[in-house]
Design a protein around this ligand. Structure first.
Ligand SMILES: O=C([O-])CC(=O)C(=O)O
Ligand SMILES: [Mg+2]
Length: 542
């Protein structure tokens, strides 16, 4: 909670500032008479001014910059605006606009937000964390900028991602913003363009060895336990291999998770459950072929196999349903270039670098694009999978928009309306031969904010894969049946807060069942979550 500020300081603190909405009594009590216009507006009046000003902007990047600036001045008004119409504002404050904002981060930078922890501070991490003004931090979302969205190594320009992700904890699931800390862990960058950009805001060094990086991350993770004992560390947008290895390194010891490995897996699993419902099949009836074998692919394959095992399969049987294809072709048992965690999915098969040939031979029911290669699902690919399936499932998950493996229009058009399709970014409905198809957005923002809310409310000691499977099934259960018929695999974004409250309640129940909660078990789980939800309203200061 904020403490009362006085005079001009009340206007400088975005968590306290009401700008034109201070009442007469507040103006008197806080010494604000004459420092703001002599009116008292409501939040709704303020919001209509924001909407009007946004309407004058011509690009989403300009709208993004405007909204970040609004957050710098008035947190409540910012969340009021974003939460008033999530379907409209999520693509502006988050993916896909945030991709462009990151590419230009050093150029559009206005004001510090979150923490910047560089490897130059080795040995001093605890002191750095102690500079943060809030003492009860519950989530740190941390990136080293190693793999930002589908854009690659952006170094310090990746700092926009933890900022955006944490805004979604609040906007989508109601986690109060004062407990959230975005962090950019600066380990340099191998991005030549940024290393030579005079406005670049990170260390001008290439990346260190894995040993050096991990030993610094160890210092960071351990310092967090001391400085913020109730904190969960959310890893985001590290390179695929680091993401998986860091998760393995800490997951059984500390409260940590990786959104790209586990959150993305959760939302794709939700889509697979919805698709199976639409087709009248079960997960165990399906065969999966991944295009891309990085953190998202591996995370999803692991979670999917856990879900299949929960349905009675052995792990080896489950893994035999998952096939992967990467830059060097199909993962198969003679490949010598694989990383440890890819090996379970390298089955006996003749080597091939031809994705269409792999489809024809493996006969997947579902293809999953996690490659970052825009347009990789060509007409030939879609026709090949449509030829062997009545309802092929096509998930083109890479982002931002130009990186999607295929667009909604292409998937429906090339498959002649047979495809069940979702993407990582939003696409508008597609009208084809008198039918309307609704492409869903398989974005982890349905999952990580709800997991965050459940962890926040229960003060969970650990974040486990079961929690992501439960979240996936809660999300799939909330797809309106009449929209599922039109191919929509995910709930509508318009009521995302309610969807995530229900999801968080299911996850919280599991946290209690697993004995991982640090608070007493409530009788009514939904009411328990709802009671902790942040509301973008001004409180009375006089
Ligand atoms: O941020 C998003 O939209 C999804 C995500 O985690 C990623 O692409 O890394
Ligand atoms: Mg990510």
């Amino acid at each position: 909670m904020t403490t009362a500020r006085h005079g001009i300081e009340a206007l400088w603190d975005p968590t306290f500032n009401k700008s034109t909405a201070f009442s007469e009594a507040e103006k008197q009590a806080l010494g604000l008479v004459g420092l703001v216009p002599d009116v008292t507006e409501t939040l709704d009046q303020q919001m209509s001014r924001v909407t009007m000003q946004l309407g004058h902007k011509t690009t989403d990047l300009d709208r993004y910059i405007y909204l970040v600036n609004l957050l710098d001045h008035s947190e409540t008004l910012f969340y009021r605006v974003v939460m008033s119409d999530p379907a409209h504002f999520l693509p502006i404050v988050y993916d896909p606009t945030i991709g462009e904002a990151c590419l230009k981060f050093g150029h559009i930078y206005r004001q510090a937000r979150g923490m910047y922890l560089s490897m130059n501070r080795r040995g001093k991490v605890k002191e750095v964390l102690e500079n943060w003004p809030q003492k009860d931090v519950r989530f740190i979302c941390v990136t080293d900028g190693g793999r930002i969205l589908g854009l690659g190594d952006l170094g310090a320009n990746g700092a926009g991602i933890p900022i955006g992700k944490l805004q979604l904890y609040t906007a989508c699931a109601g986690v109060p913003p004062q407990y959230l800390m975005p962090m950019y862990l600066d380990a340099g960058t191998n991005n030549e363009q940024y290393l030579h950009d005079p406005l670049y805001l990170g260390m001008r060094k290439t990346r260190p060895s894995k040993e050096e990086l991990f030993s610094f991350v160890d210092e960071f993770v351990e310092a967090v336990q001391e400085v913020f004992p109730k904190c969960c560390i959310h890893f985001e947008d590290w390179t695929g291999v680091d993401a998986v290895h860091l998760l393995q390194r800490y997951r059984d010891k500390y409260c940590v998770y990786n959104d790209d490995v586990q959150g993305t897996a959760g939302i794709v699993l939700a889509g697979m459950l919805s698709a199976a419902k639409l087709k009248g099949t079960k997960l165990r009836d399906e065969t999966y072929l991944f295009f891309g074998a990085g953190s998202a692919g591996i995370g999803l394959a692991g979670l999917l196999c856990s879900a299949l095992v929960a349905q009675g399969m052995t792990l080896t049987e489950a893994q035999s349903r998952v096939h992967m294809f990467d830059l060097n072709g199909l993962l198969e048992s003679t490949r010598t270039d694989l990383v440890d965690f890819q090996i379970p999915y390298a089955h006996k098969h003749a080597p091939t670098r031809d994705f269409v040939a792999a489809i024809e031979s493996i006969k997947p029911t579902t293809i999953i694009g996690v490659s970052t290669i825009g347009g990789a699902f060509t007409q030939k690919v879609i026709e090949a999978i449509a030829k062997i399936n009545e309802r092929p499932v096509v998930l083109a998950l890479s982002n931002p928009t130009e990186h999607a493996e295929c667009t909604a229009e292409q998937a429906y058009g090339w498959s002649k309306g047979k495809a069940i399709y979702a993407a990582g970014v939003p696409f508008p409905p597609v009208h084809l031969a008198g039918q309307t198809f609704l492409p869903g957005q398989a974005n982890n923002f349905y999952i990580f904010p709800a997991i965050g809310m459940a962890v926040f409310a229960t003060q969970a000691k650990r974040v486990t894969d079961e929690m992501f499977i439960e979240a996936a099934s809660a999300v799939a259960d909330q797809v309106p049946p009449e929209l599922l018929k039109q191919g929509l695999l995910y709930p509508l974004q318009a009521n995302i807060l309610e969807t995530e409250i229900q999801t968080a309640a299911r996850v919280a129940k599991l946290v209690f069942d697993l004995g991982l909660a640090r608070v007493d078990r409530p009788a009514d789980m939904v009411a328990f979550i709802r009671s902790q939800v942040y509301k973008p309203d001004y409180r009375s200061e006089a």
